[in-house]
Design a binder for this molecule. Structure first.
Ligand code: F6P
Length: 328
């Protein structure tokens, strides 16, 4: 392999996601395998500005493949949005002799990496880490599979209590801009309705659909709502509307929140993270830069950063139809 790169820095940025530690481990160990020094950068771009680096070797990442969160911590840096901040970060990297960067994060983190690459011609590679699965150019993002399994487990539990009390539950799941989590856990958890930002069902049609469910003999119902859904101002407004229009329903709301981002990564996410870390480091070694590593048809492939950032991640519309049929 062509090798001009001697020191690689790795950081996690934006919202954390299960599997980030497995990705850090993979980057560190792939560096060790190729005799390249590796530096962990704490607190994302903020740590880069402050020079908060630690040298890591293969043993520094022992026992973390199964841990949620990120040992390098994460942050959303305001400083890195400014030219002065990025200059300080560049100076810190140069001083430490770091020649290339692996950024594990979401599209905001990739935009930062892209600008940094353009301004300083600094080699960068991205690993998509977010539970939302909202990045173009990859069928999965790191942490998404784990979050799906976490949420399905919770919905199963909510179903137990919903059916014991003949209640209707609105379960709000994460997904600021996209409905991937809601759509998949809705089908897997047997939800009667799934509300996502991409489709505007409307309050009247929601009530109509719940009436139909009740008439068909269902005593309890679960409606999964993506946090970015636009029907109501909030999931509580949906509850109030249904309360007012369906007096025979006892309605409850469960907002799952940040528990969805925690916990041990699934087998899929651990393997995915390991594969992406290898690809990220080996791509940098062969002189590639400004790409995101991702998965397409079970192959680990590269997508140029500008495409990953500008492109829109789309839901699979077939799932909407499957959900409609399953909830008859
Ligand atoms: O990780 C993505 C995400 O979970 C979004 O779905 C959510 O809106 C957001 O992060 C919340 O993150 P934070 O509370 O860290 O700003």
């Amino acid at each position: 392999m062509l090798q001009t790169i001697k020191k690689i820095g790795v950081l996690t940025s934006g919202g954390d996601a299960p599997g980030m530690n497995a990705a850090i481990r993979s980057v560190v160990r792939t560096c060790a395998f190729h005799d390249i020094k590796c530096y962990g950068i704490y607190r994302g771009y903020q740590g880069m500005i402050e020079g908060d680096f630690v040298e890591m070797d293969a043993r520094s990442v022992k026992g973390i493949i199964n841990k949620g969160g990120t040992i390098l911590k994460s942050a959303r840096s305001q400083g890195f949005r400014t030219k002065e901040g990025r200059q300080m970060a560049y100076d810190r990297l140069k001083k430490a002799g770091i020649d290339a960067l692996v950024v594990i994060g979401g599209d905001g983190s990739f935009t930062g990496a892209m600008i940094f690459n353009k301004e300083f011609e600094f080699p960068v590679m991205g690993i998509p880490g977010t539970i939302d699965n909202d990045i173009f150019g990859t069928t999965h993002t790191l942490g998404y599979d784990t979050a799906l399994n976490t949420v399905v487990d919770v919905i199963d539990k909510i179903r137990d209590t919903a059916s014991s009390h003949n209640r209707l539950f609105f379960v709000e799941v994460m997904g600021r801009d996209v409905g991937h989590i809601a759509l998949n856990v809705g089908i897997a958890g047997g939800a009667e309705e799934i509300l996502i930002p991409e489709e505007d069902l409307g309050l009247d049609r929601l009530v109509e659909s719940l009436r139909r469910s009740k008439k068909s003999g269902k005593s309890s119902s679960i409606v999964v709502v993506a946090e970015g859904d636009k029907i109501g101002k909030s999931v509580f407004e949906l509850k109030d509307y249904v309360d007012q229009n369906m007096e025979d329903y006892d309605v409850r709301v469960s907002v799952l929140g940040h528990m969805q981002r925690g916990g041990p990564p699934s087998c899929f996410d651990r393997v995915f993270a390991s594969r992406m870390g290898v690809k990220a480091v080996e791509s940098l070694i062969t002189g590639k830069s400004n790409y995101m590593v991702g998965m397409k048809n079970d192959l680990i492939e590269l997508t140029p950063f500008d495409q990953a950032v500008k492109g829109k991640s789309k839901i699979n519309k077939e799932l909407l139809r499957v959900s409609d049929i399953m909830s008859i």
